[in-house]
Write a protein that binds this ligand. Structure first.
Ligand SMILES: C[S@@+](CC[C@H](N)C(=O)[O-])C[C@H]1O[C@@H](n2cnc3c(N)ncnc32)[C@H](O)[C@@H]1O
Length: 250
């Protein structure tokens, strides 16, 4: 079943069938304390790219929280059409795009990129590891030097961090934590922050690196969350539970 998450037609069919907006894993409100801490101040009008935005209310919530200079992209034309209709004030901020090859976006463009669970999908592609390495290469490319990538994932930090840190195409300073899910049956998700050092001079790179490790708000210990965490097959079980939970909610 999970291999379908790497299938473009699967997502279009799913979005055709559903008119119910859904935030995977957690809502904007759940993330807001940490997001506001790690994003540049909204007053500076930072440019923010949200990749694999899906039908989540997250993009609108980010905008309504004061982050007005955003671009929200997904490769499903169906979901982008629906999001534009749902949030007319954001119509021009939604675009169809394949995040593995964002030809439409120049190098070094964005102050911040937010990946909320796109990484969980690319890991399910037939060639999941290489596809996710490619995704991080692309996310790094569109970030300006010193820009910040934030990844929120169903996978643990130790499974997410290597895509940025052990990726020959990227140079990032990183911090991460686990946050507790607030929905029924929810477990944890990871919150990882990567600062792009590529293109920075040595002095700037040292200043950027010095903010790590970041002290996150309300971080938890992953293993403290319920018996299911201690079962074998850890994250894949958890991924399936969360995906099934999401499907049931539609
Ligand atoms: C698990 S959903 C997450 C949706 C949303 N970010 C959220 O948190 O609720 C993954 C989304 O990634 C999109 N997606 C998958 N592969 C993609 C790609 N190569 N480029 C752009 N979007 C992609 C899917 O269409 C889907 O909307």
């Amino acid at each position: 079943m999970t291999e379908r998450y790497g299938d473009h037609d699967y997502w279009n069919e799913r979005y055709e069938l559903s008119d119910c907006p859904f935030d995977w894993m957690c809502s904007y409100d759940d993330l807001a304390p940490n997001l506001r801490m790690v994003l540049p101040s909204a007053h500076t009008m930072p440019s923010i790219l949200v990749v694999g935005c899906g039908d989540a209310p997250f993009s609108a919530d980010l905008y309504l929280d004061g982050y007005r200079n955003t671009l929200n992209v997904d490769y499903s034309d169906v979901v982008i059409r629906k999001q534009r209709g749902r949030f007319p004030f954001l119509e021009n901020n939604f675009q169809v795009m394949n995040c593995l090859d964002m030809k439409e976006i120049d190098d070094d463009t964005f102050d911040a990129v937010i990946d909320k669970s796109l990484i969980d999908t690319t890991m399910c592609y037939a060639n999941g590891h290489d596809t996710t390495m490619q995704l991080y290469r692309e996310l790094s490319r569109v970030l300006r030097p010193g820009g910040r990538l934030i990844t929120i994932s169903l996978h643990r930090e130790i499974e997410v961090l290597p895509y940025g840190i052990d990726n020959p195409a990227c140079s990032f300073a990183a911090s991460s934590c686990a946050l507790a899910g607030t929905r029924e049956n929810d477990t944890c998700y990871s919150f990882c922050v990567f600062d792009k050092l590529d293109g920075c001079d040595a002095e700037t790179a040292a200043v950027i690196s010095s903010v790590h490790p970041i002290e996150f708000i309300d971080a938890v210990s992953w293993d403290s969350r319920g018996e299911n965490e201690k079962e074998s097959n850890g994250f894949i079980d958890e991924l399936l539970v969360s995906f099934n939970y999401a499907l049931e909610a539609i």
